[in-house]
Every structure is written in C-alpha cells, then in structure tokens.
Design a protein around this ligand. Structure first.
Ligand code: HEC
Ligand code: HEC
Ligand code: HEC
Ligand code: HEC
Ligand code: HEC
Length: 145
C-alpha cells in the first residue's frame, strides 16, 4: 500500500468534515424568527385566535413589544405571561420573579393570575383604543356563553 494514501485520506476527510461543518453552521445558525405569527389559546371556553403579527406590524396595529411583554421595561428575554402570572396557591412569589429579584422585594398579592392578566391586557387595550373585540363571543368564537 502506498504510505501516502492514509495521509491523503485523512486530509480528504478533514476537508469534507470542514465543509460539512461550514454548511451546517450557515444552515442552522440562521436566527429563528423570535416573533410568533399567530397564537391559538386552548381554553375550557373554546379556542381563541390571537393574530400576534398583525398586532405588532406597522401595517397592522403597530403595538410595541413592551406594551404587552411589559416587565421588565427593557425585556430582551421575553417569557410567557404564565412564568410571572402563575401565583402559587400559598401566595408565595412565582419562581420566575426570583430569577431577578429577592423574595422580599415586593408584595405577591399584587400579581394577577394568568387568565385575568390576559383578559385585562387584551380587553383593556381594545376598550382604550375603542377598537378590537370586548365581548366574550367575539374572541371565544366557538363557545356558547
Ligand atoms: C380579547 C379577547 C377575549 C375576550 C373579549 C374575552 N376573552 Fe376569555 N380568554 C381570552 C384568551 C386569549 C384566553 C386564554 C388565556 C389563558 O390561556 O389563560 C381566555 C380565557 C378565558 C377563560 C379561561 C378558560 C380556561 O381554560 O381556564 C374563560 C373562562 C374565559 N376566557 C371567559 C371569558 C368571558 C366570560 C368573557 C366575556 C366576559 C371573555 N372570556 C372575553 C380572550 C378573550
Ligand atoms: C398585543 C400584545 C402583544 C404584543 C404587542 C407583542 N406580544 Fe408577543 N405575545 C403576546 C402574548 C399574549 C403571547 C402569549 C404568551 C403566553 O402564552 O404566555 C406572546 C408570545 C410571544 C412569544 C412566544 C414565547 C412566549 O413568550 O410565550 C414571543 C417570542 C413573543 N411574543 C415576542 C414578541 C415580540 C418580539 C414582540 C414585538 C415585535 C411582541 N411579542 C409583541 C402578546 C404580545
Ligand atoms: C417578568 C415578569 C412578567 C411577565 C413575563 C409578565 N408580567 Fe404582567 N405583571 C408583572 C408584574 C411584576 C406586575 C405588577 C406590577 C406592574 O404592573 O408592573 C404585572 C401586572 C400585570 C397586569 C396588571 C396591571 C395593572 O395595572 O394592574 C396585567 C394586566 C399584566 N401584568 C398582563 C401581562 C400579560 C398579558 C403578560 C404576557 C403577555 C404579562 N403580564 C407578562 C410581571 C410580568
Ligand atoms: C427578567 C428579570 C425580571 C423578572 C423575571 C421580574 N422582574 Fe421585576 N424588575 C426587573 C427590573 C429590571 C426592574 C426595574 C424596572 C424595570 O425595568 O421594569 C424591576 C422592577 C420591579 C418592581 C419595582 C418597579 C415596578 O415596576 O413597580 C417590582 C415591584 C417588581 N419588579 C416585581 C416583580 C415581580 C412580582 C416579578 C414576578 C411576577 C418580577 N418583578 C419579575 C426585572 C425582573
Ligand atoms: C395594546 C393594545 C392591544 C392589546 C394588548 C391587544 N389588542 Fe387586540 N386589537 C388591538 C387593535 C388596535 C385592534 C384593531 C381593531 C380594528 O382595527 O378593527 C385589535 C383587534 C383584535 C381582534 C380582531 C381583529 C384581528 O386582528 O383578529 C382580535 C380577535 C384581537 N384583537 C384579539 C386580541 C387578544 C386575544 C389579545 C390579548 C392576547 C389582544 N387582542 C390584545 C389592540 C390590542
């Protein structure tokens, strides 16, 4: 066997692996879109469709991310409403608060539960702007109230 062969093979493999690496990097490192287009809430009162993109797009209702994802003010890592608005039964601080705060920093009673938080925010803004659904049936379209 030609003693140079294994070396050539090794170089060849190295080049192939490098190419695979570069291709995978460019193919998979592309940042995933970090804004959902539409969200479907599943609840005991049927499904509720929320057109996330239309609420934020300039060509839609042009609402700023932080108007809804409101805490902290300069939110870069958005977390679900539930992560903060899941008041435990014993009234202790939601675990997510303690990622950034000490337990004694605030009154836990002031945190509204997730469904109430969502209702207050969605309906509150629709009222304030005088447009967007306020009646139950207009959001919970397939439920008989
Ligand atoms: C602007 C749209 C909107 C309006 C108007 C609205 N809701 Fe909702 N509602 C939602 C969304 C979104 C959720 C899901 C929240 C969640 O995941 O906890 C929800 C959740 C609920 C739930 C919780 C169901 C569960 O699985 O725990 C009930 C009950 C409910 N709504 C009843 C009502 C009633 C009664 C009204 C009228 C007084 C109303 N909603 C008006 C959007 C709306
Ligand atoms: C009109 C209110 C509203 C606006 C404006 C808004 N969002 Fe959201 N967004 C929501 C709600 C409600 C959810 C669902 C959260 C949940 O299920 O707990 C959500 C979910 C998300 C999620 C999915 C992960 C998660 O937190 O559940 C991401 C990511 C997100 N939004 C990013 C953005 C970005 C980026 C912007 C600005 C371009 C933005 N949002 C503007 C209301 C809004
Ligand atoms: C990182 C934690 C955090 C997240 C995530 C969060 N909230 Fe809150 N929310 C708070 C805190 C803290 C308060 C009470 C103090 C305040 O108003 O800022 C609050 C208060 C509220 C209130 C009551 C405001 C008032 O005037 O009484 C509503 C409504 C609300 N949140 C809706 C939402 C909705 C809807 C989402 C998801 C889109 C969400 N929050 C996500 C921390 C959070
Ligand atoms: C991702 C980090 C983060 C999380 C999670 C978080 N906070 Fe905060 N919080 C902040 C920052 C930063 C401030 C300073 C003001 C600001 O940017 O909103 C603040 C300010 C506050 C304040 C004083 C100012 C105000 O808005 O009234 C209270 C009270 C508070 N947070 C309560 C809470 C509670 C309760 C939770 C959980 C439900 C929570 N925070 C979750 C980062 C966080
Ligand atoms: C900060 C303001 C704001 C918040 C928060 C908000 N909306 Fe809206 N929403 C609007 C505006 C403005 C319209 C446009 C109404 C029109 O032009 O007819 C609208 C329209 C809608 C419509 C009817 C048209 C469409 O786009 O489907 C639905 C359904 C709706 N909103 C659901 C929700 C739900 C569910 C939430 C909470 C998860 C929510 N909205 C939170 C401002 C808001």
């Amino acid at each position: 066997m030609n003693p140079k062969k294994p070396l050539q093979l090794a170089y060849g493999m190295a080049v192939v692996l490098l190419l695979v690496g570069v291709l995978s990097y460019t193919a998979f490192s592309a940042k995933a879109p970090d804004e959902p287009v539409r969200l479907m809430f599943q609840c005991s009162t049927g499904k509720v469709l929320f057109d996330h993109k239309t609420h934020t797009a300039e060509s839609g209702y042009g609402i700023a991310c932080t108007d809804c994802h409101h805490h902290p003010e300069n939110a870069e890592d958005r977390t679900s409403c539930r992560s903060c608005h899941d008041v435990p039964k014993d009234g202790s601080a939601p675990a997510a608060c303690l990622n950034c705060h000490d337990a004694g920093d605030f009154e836990v009673e002031s945190i509204v539960k997730k469904t109430d938080a969502i209702h207050q925010q969605c309906i509150g803004c629709h009222k304030e702007k005088g447009s967007g659904p306020e009646e139950c049936k207009l959001c919970h379209v397939n439920y008989n109230f």
